[in-house]
Every structure is written in C-alpha cells, then in structure tokens.
Design a binder for this molecule. Sequence first.
Ligand code: F6R
Length: 252
Amino acid sequence: MQRLPDTPIPTYLVESQASANAHLADELSALLKERPRDLILGLATGSSPVGLYAELVRRFEEDWIDFSFVKTFNLDEYRGLPSGHPTSYRTFMAEHLFSKVNLGPRNTHLPPTKAEDLDAACQAWEEEIQATGGIDWQLLGVGRNGHIGFNEPGSAFDSRTRKVELAESTREANARFFDSGDEVPTEAVTMGIGTILEAKRVRVLAFGPTKADVLARVLRGEDDESIPLNALRRHPDAALFIDEAAAAGLRG
Ligand code: F6R
C-alpha cells in the first residue's frame, strides 16, 4: 500500500482490493478491541464494501472479533421498496453482514423511509446517532459522479439526513441489482454530507475504472463544491483506498 503524494485527501494506492479490505479490517478489529462495548459504525452498501464485509465475517467466525455491543447506522436506503425487498439496503446488509455476525436487529439502523412525517423521522434518526455519542468509523463508497451516500452533486456540504432524488447516472449504475432499470427507485433517504463529516474517522473504498475520472477530478483538481467527495477535504481523519484501475486518471 502506497500513500500518494500531494493529494487533498489522504489517499492510498493498494495492490489489490483484498489488501485494502485487510487494512480496514485490521483497523476495525483494533477499534473493537479498544472499545468492545460502545463502538458506533457507519456502513455503506454497493459493490465496494462486499469484500470487507466478507473479511469481517471471516474474522468473526474465527473468533477474532465480536459485535455484541456494536451499533451500526447505514448511510442510505431506497424509498418505495416494500419491506424485505431483495434489493433494499436492509436486505443487502442482512445478506452480507448482519445475519452472519452477532449484530442484533436492535443495534442496526437504516434511515427511515416510510414515516408519514419523513422530515421529523430523519431528524429523530440524527438525534439517535448523536445520543449514541456519534459515529466513530464511517465507511463510504463513491459514485462515478462523486456522490457519497446518496448525496448527489450539488448537495450542500452541511446537509443533514433527508429525502433525495437519485441522479439518472446513479439509477443506471445501480440497475445491475434490479431485474430491470425501470425498477430502480427514483428516491432515497440519505445521511447528509454534514452528518458524514461529523464521523470521527471516514474511510472510502474506490475500485475499478468507473471511478478513475471522478478521482482524478477530486485528487488533481480544484476544491469544487459540486463534487460531494470533495467535502472530505474538510475532514481531519479521512482516507481513500483506491486500486490501480481507479487511479488511472492520476498519472502525469
Ligand atoms: C451505498 C452508497 C453509495 C455507494 C456508491 C458506490 O450505501 O451510499 O454512495 O457507495 O454508489 O457504489 P459501488 O460501491 O457499488 O460502486
């Protein structure tokens, strides 16, 4: 793993996704040992964290780590999918992590999507995060348009948890998880960029050629507030872990 020089957000080039996953699993394992009773994690869905979750499951099965007292808050959830829908983010988390480790349903939180007064429910959800003491370690992927969570380009850097419309490029990118592109919801509820910036540590995984363009724009470009990932320039302990293909636009 190599730290890239002169990047506005600390960035590590990894030789493989497995090496990024092992590094983050080591960091989390150490945190779990230090704070076994009150660690709060912010979690992401999508392709980027799948290998990390598998590594955490492996360590749990081998008795290295224990999630009994961990609480988790996920970044986002689609709106308009029935409970238990196969592509809801609750289902994704159950399949990749929650049902495979000792994380009970009372300790896992996804943003509210069904409340009649959604604004009030989003505010209550934020208050719940704060009541736990706040997120210690936040995992992110990044959209090919630079979104974090479902904060699409143009989202305010001080935005909070709220209902959002998904960008067409995001719906297209996520169509692979649905039977047809038409089924991808048009709305979601996401943690805000301001909410994400309050996490004590933020770790971003970005793999593959579809992330190369936006990473070049963020890591070699000006501080442009229309790209949500740039918000992490303002975070004191954020780091990106990117593979060769995602780093392709950084040469020269
Ligand atoms: C998922 C999320 C999104 C994804 C991003 C990258 O909870 O918040 O921001 O992290 O769209 O998705 P993948 O990892 O599928 O490339």
